[in-house]
Structure formats: structure tokens, C-alpha cells
Ligand binder design. Structure first.
Ligand code: GCW
Length: 724
């Protein structure tokens, strides 16, 4: 038996790359042999030697990556040398680590690149052709190394290289909503990658691969724990584990952060209060922070969710969010740590429209936060819906660094199965104009500090990473991890260009297939908006797991009820957020406010977000709002069908395992898009009392059928079922 297996494996190996089972573990860090002979010859000639100036851990990581990558791409590793002895050397290092780098005329250019920037140049060294990757610090060299490898991987030219780049945002972090028991809140890719039970002795090899992947896209921080925090991570036992993870991530330029449970002084310290102005509480946090830095000298700081969804916070003691944040800031400041204080706060005890509450709470606090506090704001004012207008806090707090929080894990967008490229979503938010300091004050320019000259800048993505072999629950969810990193580095980057890179690095460089897969990616976000929440509808997902449709749900808490958000009745549909309603629109600067408030100018993408309109209201297409809903739901499904067809055409270029996984998920996506349409339209039809025009597919079942469908809280195949 063993023998047959061995023979089969050897035969598979002989068949070469295409026959190899590919589970997606390698992400975009795959280095298959360059197949075009001319290109291969050119690349080989450019990479005969590797000259690494210095021996720090980060330079070693760069050297190892180059060695692995070039071995794969070119068929053999370049010789590692201490000086350039032939044409075709790749020289990496910093002026401090390498006399060779010091001798090159690049000092002026390096000066502008900061700690993490890099330059890549074609040069002559002692008459020999070389490519130099240089930076002020080793981490810049590592980032430059990955940028150079990206050239190889995307089959770009290596001739006359003269590029430099530096990140526009300083703190680029992944927020893991990972619990200490190994579960992941809103995680759809298995269990947590942090194996708390086996740490600190057991170090999973995945930690290093995680670090490589992050470094390759410039992510420089990891918040290891859920914002719904457990104080236990702050105990010495757990801090020892945290320190080990930090040690693995450090060479890759990644700092570790933790979430701080506000009530930890009571739960761990035995104090009677967690009042942020109480001297004993302040002292407790100070000692705790010192204890952390003794183990993790480059600890990044804390992320805090306070007074939101049941989490404790300063308001429990009649203090403000600034009082709370500043207490942590004071404890962290001497160590160089920061506080990322979340603005995602709302309460059903506050009678105001939920989407207004964060602004109401935080705007008056502008100017009262310590210098090392960033206020972390979700991309939209509600909660990571398939589409929301940008959060009105962006642009509204000139004296407080606001950082972006995107959700990479697709809680409300089909989770693991639906193919949705978030790059398009984030690009839309980042390019939105806040008008905070006149035209051109885009969200990107707010968070990169340009608009208000923020001293600190940051961006967080709620991670979609788990223990699954493909890391993110599906092959295409990997693209969202990638896109987040690239947009965090440059928030003015293009979702399309990023998609292109990712496809070339992950699937194929063949132009026709690149174009096909890119089309799928770029269509996918609008498709999900159409088949879930067209025209500015929001939060009509099933309660709890947020997977399927349940626009009918009416909960004890209005602010989490679908019916509260769509407000459908026989007169019309939509949430009036103009002056005649909640007036949330007033939180935006003029002219954004006027554009949204006025029915004549509001984009139909957010029509029902801002307005309650009669079912017969004529949208810009000329269709009534009812007919437009029918049209959009069907358009969403049509796009998914088109995506399926497109995917079928790329079969020859994709390995069988990944091809089949994606095809299977697209099949689910189409079925579930129909489920969404039929559930939503049969529900809304009770109010509109208008027909679904005969040219469209009619719902397969009556409303009651869809209302009986339930999904297990812990979804697993078979997924959601009709309860008989
Ligand atoms: O969207 C909601 C999620 C919660 C999450 C919360 C938050 C971590 O449903 O699971 O809690 O947002 O962002 O704090």
C-alpha cells in the first residue's frame, strides 16, 4: 500500500506543477518556474548572485525569501556572495549594514523614504550590472525585496529599475477577533491561528508564514485578541505566550498589540473599581503595561472597545471616552505605545438613530485625547454593511487622529462562500470626498493625515484569517487580505491594479485568464450589494449569524432589527435621515449633506439609506422604486451567473483543486443570491402590493417558506435549511 502511494506521488511529481494538488496555503507567495523562455533567460541573467549586506534577522528573512523565491522562479538559487563579482547581482542592505550600499549615490533619495520605505535601482557596481534594494532600516529592505519579487511574479520588466516607495499610513494592522478558547468571532476560516494551549513552548510554523504574508504587503501590526476582550490575556501566563508570538513576528516588522478589557483591574487586580480617574486603577494599568514591555519591548499598545455591546467602559463611572482612552495612553506613553480607541459605540438606551451615535459621542471630544491615542472608526456609520455611506466622523475631528477600521472578514457579505472582492468596496470609501477642508478631502487623505495634519496615522482590518489550509475560508477571500495590505500601504491605490497583481501572483500570468478573473473580482462587490441590499437598504440579514436574508425580523432591540432599518410599510420604504427624519445627514459637511438630503441629487446607491420613498417613487432609471428593487435583485443574480460562466473558461489555467473549490462556492453563491432575492421580494411585496413584472423569474416559494429557513449558529455544510 505504502509503495503504491509512493509510486503515485512520484508520478504526480513528474507530471509537474499542474498536477500538484493546491490547497491555497501558499497565498500569493508562490514562486512557480517562469514559463516564457525569453523572460526566464532575462530573469536568470539578472539574478546570478545575491549580495546581502548585513546579518540582522530582518535581512536574513529577506535573504531567505529571495533564495526560496528565485529557486522556484528560475530553477536554481543565485550564489550568495559578499561582493559583486559578476553581472546580474541583487544587492540588498541599508547604509548602516553595508559598506557597498553606503558607497552608492543614493543617500539623498533614501532620506525621503523614512523608516519603512525602500528604493530599487538598476546600477553598475565596479562595472557589473546589479539591482540594488536599499532602505534606511532593515524592514524597508524586506519590503523592497517583496516589491522586487512582485516584479518577477507578475512578469514585469527588470530593465532600468528606478523605483521607490514608502507607506502613506504609519500603523497598518490586522485586528484578530480571536478568543483565547480558539474560537474566532465572525471568523469563517476555521479556528484561531493562535494556538494558546500549546504556547509558549509550541510554536506553530504558521506564525512565520503569517508574518511573511503580512510583510509582503506591508502590514506592520497584529492585534492578537478579540475586541470583545478577555482580561486573561493580560495575566503573566498569557503574556509569556504573547511574547513568543511577538518574537516570531518581529523580524518581519510586525508589532503585537492586545485588546484591553476595561474592567481588568477588578477582574485581575481585585480592585473595587475600574474608574479611569482613580489613582489605584491608573497605577494598576501602569504596572501592567510595564510588565508587558518587560516581555515585549516593542509592544504596540492596546485596542479598546468600551461601552458598546455590553463591554465595560469609562461611562460606567460617568467618565468620557477620552478619560478612558487617556488613562491607557498615559500608561503607554513612556514606552512608545499607542491606544486605538474604537468609536463603534451605540446603545439601545439612547433614543437616537443608531448611525448618529458615534458622531454624537466623539465629535464633542475632539481635542481632548492624548497625543498617543487614535480613534478607530468603522468605514461606515452602521456596521460593515455591503454598502454604507462613509462614516461622518471622517473629516469631523481635525484634532484627533482618526484611523480606519475595515472588515476583511465578510460578516455581512457572504462570509466564506460568496466571492466578493473587498478592494472595490474599500476604494469606494477611501475615495469618498468628505469636503472637510474643501474639495478633494477624501477619506484616504483624512486617514493618511494630509487633511488635518495628524501626527499619527493608522488603518486596521478585521482579519479573515483562521486555521483553514487556505487561511481565509476560500481561495478568493485571500484576495481581500492582500488588498487590505496594499491599500493600507497606499490608500490611494487602485483596486483594479491590486486585483491584477493578486491574480498574477496567485493564479496565472496568462493575459486572457488574468482579464477574466479580474472581471469576476471587479463585478463581485456590486453583485452582492444588488442581491442582498440594493438601493441603500441595510441590515436586513438574519439575526445573530448575519448570513441569509431576514428582512422580517423584529427584535426586542430596535437598533439591531431589520424592520428598524428598512421601515417598509404600505406607503413606502427606506429610512428618512433628512431633516424630516433622524437628520443623520446633517453630520456630513456641506455639500455632501445637501447632496444626500436632496432627492434630486442623492445617488440611488444610498437612496433608501437616507430617504423613505413611496413604492411608486420614480428612480433615475425611470423605474418605480419597487421595479428598481426587482431589477437590482435580478441583476445581482445575473452577475453571479456570469461569474460562474467566466470561471468555467479559466479551467485550463487553474489547478484542479482550487478550480473545484471556487466552482463549488460559486454554485452556492448563485443559489443563495436567488434565496436572497426571493425572500426579500416576497417580503417587501406584502407592502408594495405590486407585481414582479412577468419578464423576471418569479420567486420559487411563498414568503413563509423563506421565513422557515434557519442556519445553524455554527454554520456547517449542509448550510441553511428549511425547518419542516
Ligand atoms: O458587527 C458587530 C459584530 C460583532 C462585533 C462588533 C464590533 C466584535 O457583529 O461580532 O464584535 O460588530 O465591531 O465590536
Amino acid at each position: 500500500m505504502m509503495r503504491t502511494l509512493f509510486v503515485a506521488a512520484a508520478m504526480l511529481a513528474l507530471l509537474g506543477g499542474s498536477a500538484r494538488a493546491d490547497d491555497g496555503y501558499d497565498l500569493w507567495l508562490r514562486y512557480p518556474r517562469v514559463s516564457d523562455p525569453a523572460l526566464l533567460a532575462e530573469y536568470r541573467a539578472a539574478a546570478t548572485q545575491l549580495v546581502v549586506g548585513g546579518d540582522g534577522p530582518t535581512l536574513r528573512a529577506a535573504r531567505d525569501e529571495l533564495t526560496t523565491a528565485l529557486t522556484g522562479l528560475l530553477g536554481s538559487a543565485p550564489a550568495v556572495r559578499t561582493s559583486v563579482t559578476t553581472d546580474g547581482a541583487i544587492v540588498i542592505g541599508t547604509p548602516r549594514s553595508s559598506a557597498l550600499i553606503r558607497s552608492l549615490p543614493i543617500a539623498a533619495e533614501l532620506r525621503g523614504l523614512g523608516r519603512e520605505g525602500y528604493l530599487i535601482r538598476s546600477v553598475r557596481i565596479a562595472g557589473r550590472r546589479a539591482i540594488v534594494v536599499a532602505a534606511n532600516e532593515e524592514i524597508g529592505v524586506l519590503y523592497g525585496t517583496f516589491a522586487l519579487l512582485r516584479r518577477f511574479q507578475t512578469q514585469g520588466s527588470l530593465r532600468d529599475l528606478a523605483l521607490h516607495d514608502a507607506p502613506k499610513i504609519a500603523l497598518r494592522v490586522l485586528d484578530h477577533w480571536d478568543n483565547l478558547d480558539g474560537s474566532v468571532e465572525r471568523g469563517y476560516a476555521g479556528r484561531s491561528i493562535w494556538r494558546w494551549d500549546s504556547l509558549p513552548a509550541g510554536i506553530s510554523p504558521r506564525y512565520r508564514d503569517y508574518a511573511r504574508a503580512n510583510a509582503s504587503i506591508g502590514i506592520n501590526g497584529a492585534v492578537l485578541t478579540n475586541v470583545n476582550a478577555n482580561a486573561r490575556v493580560l495575566t503573566p501566563e498569557y503574556l509569556d505566550k504573547v511574547a513568543v508570538v511577538a518574537n516570531v513576528l518581529r523580524p518581519y516588522g510586525i508589532r503585537v498589540y492586545l485588546t484591553a478589557r476595561f474592567s481588568a483591574p477588578i477582574e485581575l487586580g481585585g480592585l473595587k473599581t475600574a474608574d479611569p480617574l482613580d489613582p489605584a486603577v491608573r497605577q494598576w494599568w501602569k504596572s501592567k503595561v510595564d510588565e508587558i514591555y518587560a516581555r515585549v519591548p516593542d509592544f504596540g499598545g492596546f485596542v479598546v472597545k468600551a461601552n458598546s455591546e455590553g463591554q465595560p467602559g469609562p461611562q460606567d463611572y460617568k467618565r468620557t471616552h477620552a478619560d478612558g482612552a487617556n488613562m491607557f495612553a498615559d500608561a503607554l506613553t513612556s514606552h512608545g505605545g499607542v491606544v486605538m480607541w474604537r468609536a463603534f459605540v451605540y446603545s439601545n438606551e439612547v433614543p437616537t438613530d443608531r448611525v448618529k451615535q458615534a458622531y454624537d459621542e466623539f465629535k464633542p471630544l475632539d481635542g481632548s485625547f492624548r497625543e498617543n491615542v487614535l480613534v478607530q472608526v468603522k468605514s461606515g456609520p452602521l456596521d460593515f454593511q455591503p454598502r454604507e455611506p462613509f462614516h461622518p466622523l471622517f473629516g469631523a475631528m481635525p484634532k484627533t487622529p482618526l484611523m480606519m477600521e475595515f472588515q476583511i472578514t465578510k460578516e455581512y457579505l457572504g462570509q466564506d462562500t460568496h466571492l466578493v472582492y473587498m478592494g472595490s468596496y474599500w476604494e469606494e470609501v477611501l475615495r469618498a470626498d468628505t469636503y472637510a477642508a474643501g474639495k478633494g478631502s477624501t477619506v484616504a487623505k483624512v486617514i493618511d493625515g494630509t487633511v488635518h495634519h495628524y501626527a499619527r496615522t493608522g488603518i486596521a482590518g478585521v482579519s479573515n484569517i483562521g486555521s483553514d489550509r487556505n487561511w481565509t475560508g476560500s481561495q478568493f477571500n485571500e484576495a481581500n487580505w492582500y488588498a487590505f495590505g496594499r491599500l493600507a500601504w497606499n490608500p490611494e491605490g487602485s483596486a483594479r491594479a491590486i486585483a491584477d497583481e493578486w491574480i498574477r501572483m496567485t493564479f496565472t500570468n496568462s493575459p486572457a485568464e488574468v482579464a477574466s478573473i479580474r472581471l469576476m473580482l471587479l463585478q463581485s462587490r456590486e453583485a452582492v450589494v444588488n442581491y442582498m441590499t440594493p438601493l441603500g437598504l441595510a441590515h436586513i440579514m438574519a439575526t445573530g449569524h448575519h448570513y441569509g436574508p431576514a428582512p422580517w425580523a423584529r427584535l426586542a432591540r430596535a437598533d439591531q432589527s431589520p424592520t428598524y432599518y428598512h421601515r417598509a410599510d404600505t406607503l413606502g420604504v427606506g429610512f428618512d435621515r433628512t431633516a424630516t427624519g433622524s437628520n443623520a445627514v446633517a453630520q456630513y459637511a456641506v455639500p455632501v449633506r445637501d447632496r444626500y438630503a436632496n432627492l434630486a441629487t442623492v445617488p440611488d446607491s444610498v437612496l433608501l439609506w437616507f430617504h423613505h420613498v413611496p413604492w411608486t417613487y420614480k428612480t433615475p432609471s425611470g423605474r418605480t422604486v419597487w421595479d428598481e428593487l426587482v431589477f437590482r435583485y435580478n441583476a445581482g443574480i445575473d452577475t453571479v451567473r456570469a461569474m460562474r460562466k467566466t470561471w468555467a473558461t479559466v479551467k485550463p489555467a487553474v489547478d484542479a483543486e482550487r478550480f473545484a473549490e471556487v466552482a463549488g462556492f460559486l454554485d452556492i453563491q448563485e443559489r443563495e443570491a436567488r434565496w436572497w432575492r426571493d425572500a426579500a421580494l416576497t417580503y417587501f411585496q406584502q407592502f408594495s402590493r405590486m407585481p414582479i413584472p412577468a419578464t423576471y423569474e418569479q420567486p420559487a416559494h411563498p414568503l413563509a417558506y423563506y421565513q422557515r429557513i434557519t442556519c445553524p449558529a455554527n454554520r456547517n455544510k449542509p448550510r441553511c435549511d428549511v425547518v419542516p
